[in-house]
Design a protein around this ligand. Structure first.
Ligand SMILES: NC(=O)c1ccc[n+]([C@@H]2O[C@H](COP(=O)([O-])OP(=O)(O)OC[C@H]3O[C@@H](n4cnc5c(N)ncnc54)[C@H](O)[C@@H]3O)[C@@H](O)[C@H]2O)c1
Length: 403
């Protein structure tokens, strides 16, 4: 099915930018909210994004106006009778999402695809609440949506192959990278990133190293920024919330570090309020040092880059063995979603494991498992690969094949 017209419901942080991305591709898009102020703010953000392109000489003022004219901001469903796809970006509450889908069903044609930008809620549950479960799908954009290339495409249990194909094609027409991910908590990028961020926080709270040193070592390794800088950007409260959610779904290996709670309790939420692991503007990180000094220490805790990277690799292997995505897709999603590199090349966690040697990764995980427990229990598929001699680059095959 070709998509001639789209709609976005919810003009907040994500919805506004998603509408900008759609209009930039040349497609008309209706942007609906229930709050005129949010709608105005969303349109203002879109104009700012286009204006910055004009200022950089990437687009003329006339082109900007013709792109802006493709967006119809509205508080009503009047213009929804001919939309081919609706992306909902309303608050992350299942009852709100279900209500919006029920309202949409009254106003759009039977053929319209319903896509949800949810970060964590079940697509299958949303689909089951509609009369078109085959046409409901997740379309998880990353923030900021006008910059980030990756979109995770999440089919629910009943989503048809046609819907998946249509949405992948639509995503590519937006000049984004579509990676199909089976429904699982955290989808792919957040699921793999959280064990890494969590482990950084464990190493910090145990006194193994300070935040600056850990950040430096991880940028030297190939991350575009260190874990604490990233968590300050994402919001410590968001990290705590995502950590708790993944813990409730995956169990002990995802148990969040206690220090998240200390920071949130102290009102240190990250860059958004000027103070997180680091201080911004007039704020300093002295209070964090005081909180850390009072935190019970683990005597033999050590910081190594592997201590943070191995849990991400291990989670990638778990996702692979659960058939959440293919090995190339897992690596591509992590490269596009996090900017990870290894020895100067863009490589995802499975390709990095292949370079390191799967036997070395397994041995390292087993040692860490002995010392720190469940967070490092090696994935079954990793052990199987090592037993079969699929050790990575040096053996010509590991998670990928090598000539
Ligand atoms: N913020 C992020 O970093 C991020 C990243 C990826 C995905 N998401 C997901 O995107 C979705 C939206 O998140 P956000 O951060 O943009 O939220 P937000 O709070 O910034 O925006 C939500 C918007 O929805 C509007 N709204 C509420 N009820 C509505 C209704 N019934 N009909 C129409 N509009 C309605 C609100 O007025 C608001 O403008 C959530 O599911 C979230 O999990 C967020």
């Amino acid at each position: 099915m070709y998509i001639f017209k789209a709609a976005v419901v919810g003009a907040g942080t994500m919805g506004g930018e998603i509408a900008q991305v759609i209009s930039f591709s040349g497609l008309p898009v209706v942007l609906k909210d229930v709050d005129q102020k949010m709608l105005d703010k969303g349109m203002e953000t879109i104009r700012e994004i286009y204006q910055s392109r004009v200022d950089k000489g990437k687009m003329s003022a006339g082109e900007m106006e013709s792109k802006m004219a493709l967006i119809e901001p509205t508080l009503s469903y009047d213009s929804f009778s001919d939309v081919d796809i609706v992306i909902e970006a309303v608050p992350e509450k299942m009852n709100i999402k279900k209500r919006v889908l029920a309202d949409l069903e009254e106003v759009v044609p039977e053929t319209t695809i319903f896509a949800s930008n949810t970060s964590a809620l079940s697509i299958s549950e949303m689909a089951a609440a509609t009369k078109r479960p085959g046409k409901v799908i997740g379309m998880h954009f990353f923030n900021p949506a006008h910059v980030m290339k990756l979109v995770e495409i999440i089919p629910g249990l009943e989503t048809t192959q046609d819907t998946i194909d249509d949405v992948v094609m639509f995503t590519e027409s937006l000049r984004k990278l579509a990676v199909v991910v089976q429904e699982c908590p955290g989808f792919l990028v957040n699921r793999l990133l959280m064990p890494y961020l969590n482990e950084a926080t464990y190493a910090l709270q145990e006194g193994a190293a300070d935040a600056t040193e850990i950040d430096e070592k991880l940028t030297e390794f190939g991350m575009p920024m260190g874990p604490f800088t990233l968590m300050d950007m994402l919001g410590i409260d968001v990290c705590q919330y995502v950590g708790e959610y993944l813990y409730s779904e995956y169990g002990p290996r995802m148990e969040p570090a206690k220090f998240f709670y200390e920071l949130v309790k102290a009102g240190r939420l990250g860059e958004k309020n000027g103070k997180g692991f680091y201080g911004y503007g007039d704020e300093s990180d002295e209070p964090v040092k005081e909180l850390l000094a009072a935190f019970p220490k683990a005597g033999n805790s050590k910081f190594t880059v592997e201590r943070l990277v191995y849990p991400m690799i291990n989670e990638a292997v778990l996702a692979l063995q659960e058939h959440i995505a293919t090995a190339p897709d897992i690596d591509m999603a992590m490269i596009a979603g996090t900017g990870i590199t290894y020895q100067g090349e863009r490589k995802g966690p499975l390709a990095i494991a292949d370079e390191m040697g799967l036997d070395c990764v397994l041995e390292g995980l087993e040692e860490l498992f002995q010392q720190y427990g469940e967070r490092f229990r090696p994935a079954r598929l990793l052990k199987t690969k090592v037993r079969a001699g699929h050790l990575g680059v040096k053996a010509g095959r590991g998670f990928h094949e090598y000539a």
